[in-house]
Write a protein that binds this ligand. Structure first.
Ligand SMILES: Cc1cc2nc3c(=O)[nH]c(=O)nc-3n(C[C@H](O)[C@H](O)[C@H](O)COP(=O)(O)OP(=O)(O)OC[C@H]3O[C@@H](n4cnc5c(N)ncnc54)[C@H](O)[C@@H]3O)c2cc1C
Length: 424
C-alpha cells in the first residue's frame, strides 16, 4: 500500500474521519502547494469578495506540477468525486463526510480536486439515468479530469421556465443534430463538454419532447460558437452558446429520447444538493469576508460609528445563523433525513444576506467605492466586486422569487401561484 492510499472503514464517525484525513494530508500534501495560490479564496460560488483569484489564475495554478502531483494522490486516495458510489470510483459520502473533507482541506489551505459540474451534476445524472455503456464511456473521463463540463440549459426565452426550451435536436441516423441558442453558460472557457437540453419532438407536450444530450464542447468547430458575455464587474465568466447543425452521438442521449425533463429534474436536484455541499466553504468564506469588512471599518475609522457598529453586529448574527442552519442540515442528513424545502430557505437566506452585505461594504468604503481602480479593462476592487456579483446569487440555482414560491406553496401551503406548467 502506498502512502497515498487511504483506508476509511464505512461508518467511520466524523471525528475519526477528521483525524484520518488530517494525517493523510500531512503525509501527502506536496511541499509548497499551498503557496502557489490562495486556494481558500477560490470558493466555487460566484459572489465572494475573496474572489481575488480569477478563473485564469486558478486554471493556471491547476497546471502547476505540484497541483498535478496532489491531483494524482487525491485520485489514488479516492478523494475525487467522493460523493459518487464506490463502484464508480467514489466513496458514497454524504454531506457530513463532505463537510469534514472540505473543512480539512480549507484548514490546510489546500485545494479540493473538484470536477465541478461533471462531479456534482452530470455525473450523478448519468449514474441515475444512464445506460451501462454511457456509465462506462462517460464517468471515468469526469473522474480523471479529461472531460470538463458546462451546462447548456438556459435560453433567452427559457430560464425559470426551462421546459420552454426551443433549441432543436433532429435525429439523423445515429446522430442528433442540434440547432439553437443557450445563454449564461458558466465555465465555458475551461469546458470541453456540455450537457444540452434540446427539443427532439415538437409535437409532444412541452415537457415530453425534450432530450438531454452530452456534446463535445468545441467552439469554432462542429457548428458551435461561444460568445463571452461581459458582466458589470468587467469579468467574462459566462457566454452565449450557439449551435448550428451541431452533431452529437445518439447514444449520448441520457435517459432516452423525449425523457430529458426527467433527467433535468435530477440534475437540478443534484445542483441544489451540490450548492448544499459547497456550503461549508460558503460559510467559511462569509466568516472571512466579514472579518475583512470589520478591518475595513477600523481602517476607515468607521468602527466608532454607532450605525455602522449596529450593521456589523447584524451581519455577524446573519453569518452565525448561516453556520447554525448549515450545521442543522448536516445533522439531519447524518440522521438519515432529507433536507427538503429548507434548502430553499438556505438559498434565499445566504443570497439575500450577501446582497445587503455588499451594500454595507460600499457604505463603509465611502466615496472610494464610487471609483473603479486604475488598470486596463474595467477592473473593480474586491468590495465593488462583492456588491455587483452578489446580485447574481439571487438568480442562479433558482431565483429568490422562485424560492419564495417553493416556500409559500411547499411549506406554508399557500394557494399556488398562477404560472405556466414547467417553470422551475
Ligand atoms: C451567475 C450565473 C450563472 C449561471 N450559469 C448557468 C449555466 O451555467 N447554465 C445555464 O443553463 N444557466 C445558467 N444560469 C442561468 C440561470 O439558471 C437563469 O438565469 C435562471 O434560471 C433564471 O432565468 P432567467 O435569467 O431567464 O430569468 P427569468 O426566468 O426570465 O426570470 C425573470 C424574473 O421573473 C421572475 N420569475 C420567473 N418565473 C417566476 C415565477 N414562476 N414566479 C415568480 N417570479 C418568477 C424571476 O424571479 C426573475 O426575477 C446562470 C445564471 C447566473 C446568474
Amino acid at each position: 500500500m502506498s502512502t497515498a492510499d487511504l483506508q476509511i472503514p464505512p461508518g467511520t464517525p466524523p471525528a475519526q474521519l477528521r483525524e484520518l484525513l488530517r494525517g493523510w494530508i500531512a503525509a501527502n500534501a506536496p511541499q509548497g502547494l499551498s503557496d502557489i495560490l490562495d486556494w481558500r479564496a477560490r470558493v466555487d460560488l460566484p459572489g465572494s469578495v475573496m474572489r481575488a483569484v480569477s478563473e485564469e489564475q486558478h486554471a493556471q495554478a491547476q497546471r502547476h506540477p505540484l497541483f498535478r502531483e496532489w491531483e494524482e494522490r487525491c485520485l489514488q486516495a479516492r478523494l475525487v468525486c467522493p460523493a459518487w458510489p464506490e463502484e464508480y470510483g467514489g466513496r458514497g459520502w454524504e454531506a457530513p463526510e463532505m463537510t469534514v473533507l472540505d473543512e480539512e482541506f480549507f484548514r490546510a489551505g489546500l485545494p479540493r480536486v473538484d470536477r465541478v459540474q461533471g462531479e456534482s451534476m452530470v455525473g450523478p445524472s448519468i449514474i441515475l439515468h444512464g445506460t451501462d455503456d454511457q456509465k462506462r464511456r462517460l464517468l471515468p473521463s469526469i473522474l480523471s479530469g479529461e472531460h470538463r463540463y458546462c451546462q447548456g440549459f438556459s435560453e433567452p426565452g427559457a430560464g425559470s421556465d426551462l421546459a420552454s426550451a426551443r433549441t432543436r435536436g433532429v435525429i439523423e441516423g445515429d446522430e442528433v443534430v442540434i440547432t439553437g441558442q443557450k445563454v449564461w453558460t458558466s465555465r465555458f472557457a475551461t469546458a470541453n463538454m456540455i450537457f444540452v437540453l434540446c427539443r427532439t419532438n415538437t409535437d409532444a407536450p412541452k415537457h415530453r419532447g425534450l432530450s438531454y444530450v452530452i456534446v463535445p464542447f468545441t467552439p469554432g468547430e462542429n457548428g458551435i460558437d461561444a460568445r463571452p458575455i461581459r458582466q458589470m464587474t468587467g469579468a467574462e465568466e459566462f457566454a452565449e452558446v450557439f449551435f448550428d447543425g451541431t452533431r452529437a452521438r445518439l447514444d449520448n442521449v441520457i435517459g432516452g429520447l423525449g425523457e430529458g425533463w426527467r433527467v433535468v429534474q435530477s440534475t437540478l436536484a443534484f445542483e441544489r444538493a451540490a450548492a448544499g455541499r459547497a456550503t461549508t466553504m460558503l460559510v467559511q468564506s462569509r466568516e472571512r469576508e466579514l472579518a475583512a469588512l470589520v478591518e475595513l471599518a477600523r481602517a476607515r475609522g468607521r468602527d466608532r460609528d454607532p450605525v455602522v457598529r449596529q450593521q456589523l453586529a447584524w451581519a455577524h448574527t446573519q453569518v452565525r445563523l448561516l453556520r447554525a442552519s448549515w450545521e442543522r442540515t448536516v445533522s439531519e442528513v447524518a440522521a438519515g433525513r432529507e433536507p427538503g424545502p429548507q434548502l430553499s430557505t438556505w438559498k434565499l437566506f445566504w443570497s439575500e444576506y450577501h446582497l445587503k452585505l455588499g451594500a454595507l461594504a460600499l457604505d463603509i468604503a465611502g466615496t472610494d467605492a464610487l471609483l473603479r481602480p486604475e488598470g486596463p479593462g474595467h477592473p473593480v476592487d474586491p468590495w465593488q466586486d462583492a456588491f455587483l456579483v452578489a446580485h447574481s446569487g439571487t438568480v442562479y440555482a433558482g431565483t429568490s422569487e422562485v424560492q419564495r414560491n417553493i416556500l409559500g406553496e411547499g411549506v406554508l401551503r399557500l394557494p399556488r401561484e398562477p404560472r405556466q406548467a414547467g417553470a422551475r
